[in-house]
Design a protein. Structure first.
Length: 429
């Protein structure tokens, strides 16, 4: 099977790494890809929102399966576009319709969907740019801390947790009136703050059937001890001890089943991955958010645990045949540490040469923000440069493998958190 994968980050490198392990893949193309995917697949210089270029390439190369990694082309309607174009109208695609992608493209749409379908989530209210005064008055009636979310896509940085009323009011004004996150914050969801432990659950669905993939915990803050600014993600661990069988059964019954049933009932086309951001509040699950693709860096910690054929899973999603797929999960632990450019998530320099070991023991190096020239691999845009995943029988051994590889990788002003997984080790004790 000739497969086209869209994207250029660590998530897509992990997808490519997993896809080429399958004997079902005869040739993998990645658009646009990165230096990591170039080592195992054929990179194509096409952007993920170049709908015309992608359509022409699919037809020219007789692509048999399209896998869409990032959210932007999904929210902009790539699946719908390809399915009405001559030559791609029947192409199997892993990725939801534009309406399905609105679960991530609009926080307000997502919250309304949860309410309609009885999915447990935090209480909320939504305010438009012309409703600042109503929003400020609403804040005065809420308990603290309070969560403010830009309604649209904001590259993972559109969520603010405000500890004081003054901070909440100022942030709401900055988002609604001063366009802190551009068009994404022309509408803001003000949400109750849930306490507990966060985790990420991933579901593969063909719109009717589903398979629950391994869960993971990610680390968003730039600083150790979960301090400092939010990032796209500084690390991840899978599995996690606080997601035991009893809790995951609650998640399936209270969240996964009503979500999939709601998509079907509302006629929302959804053949792809659903990322469910969860809060474990005293043993009960609540949805923080939906994302309409796999997470990053969670993907780098989740995919190595899938032992069954990954291309069969992708085909089952795209062709509506997921019921006949048997998902096999490894009991091993995966830990991922993200290495970033110094200064990230604010301003940072790029173009520094990276030294990466040729061979690693029990770990994989996934490229995210890298480029390549005649001199070798360089740091590039995005800030998050590499994601290093260790695989072992225990959390301690996986972390040792991960950090041993991290220690061998160098570039000027490289930064990473040294405490990934430490909170879970403390819980286990």
């Amino acid at each position: 099977m000739k497969i086209l994968l869209l994207g250029s980050g660590g998530r897509e490198h992990a997808f490519a790494w997993k896809i080429v392990q399958s004997p079902k893949c005869s040739h993998l193309f990645v658009a646009p890809g990165n230096p990591g995917t170039a080592q195992i697949a054929t990179n194509i210089p096409l952007g993920v929102t170049d709908f015309v270029g992608l359509h022409d390439f699919i037809c020219r190369e007789a692509i048999e399966l399209v896998v869409i990694g990032p959210e932007e082309p999904l929210v902009k309607g790539l699946v719908d576009y390809l399915h009405v174009q001559k030559g791609t109208e029947n192409i199997p695609i892993v990725g939801p319709s534009q309406l399905g992608a609105t679960l991530e493209g609009s926080k307000d749409f997502s919250k309304q969907f949860m309410q309609r379908n009885g999915v447990p989530t935090a209480a909320y209210a939504t305010f438009h740019a012309n409703q600042l005064e109503e929003g400020l008055a609403y804040l005065e009636q809420q308990s603290l801390p309070i969560v403010l979310k830009a309604d649209g896509l904001a590259a993972g940085k559109g969520v603010l947790i405000c500890e004081s009323l003054e901070d909440a009011k100022l942030s709401l004004k900055e988002m609604l009136v001063d366009a802190k996150f551009g068009e994404a914050s022309s509408k803001v969801v003000v949400e109750e703050f849930l306490t507990g432990i966060e985790l990420s659950l991933f579901v593969a669905t063909d719109g009717v059937n589903y398979k629950i993939l391994p869960e993971a915990k990610d680390y968003k803050r730039i600083g150790e001890g979960d301090t400092g600014l939010n990032t796209g993600g500084m690390g991840a661990v899978s599995p996690i001890p606080f997601a035991d069988a009893a809790f995951l059964t609650k998640v399936e019954e209270r969240i996964v089943k009503p979500t999939i049933a709601g998509l079907k009932k509302e006629g929302i086309g959804y053949k792809g991955f659903l990322f469910i951001g969860l809060m474990n509040t005293q043993g009960d699950p609540y949805v923080i958010e939906y994302n309409v693709r796999m997470g990053d860096p969670e993907t780098e910690a989740v995919l190595p645990r899938i032992e069954s054929d990954f291309v069969d899973l992708l085909v089952g999603i795209a062709e509506g045949d997921l019921a006949n797929y048997t998902l096999k999960i490894s009991p091993k632990t995966c830990t991922t540490v993200v290495m970033v450019s110094g200064g990230y998530p604010e301003s940072y320099a790029k173009g520094f040469p990276i030294i990466i070991p040729e061979k690693t023991i029990n770990s994989v190096v996934f490229h995210a923000g890298t480029s390549q020239d005649k001199s070798g691999i360089l740091t590039n845009q995005g800030g998050r440069v590499l994601a290093i995943t260790g695989v072992a029988a225990t959390l301690e051994e996986a972390l040792a493998s991960t950090y041993a590889t991290v220690a061998e990788i160098t570039w000027e002003k490289a930064y990473f958190r040294k405490d990934i997984g430490q909170d879970i080790l403390r819980l286990k004790k």
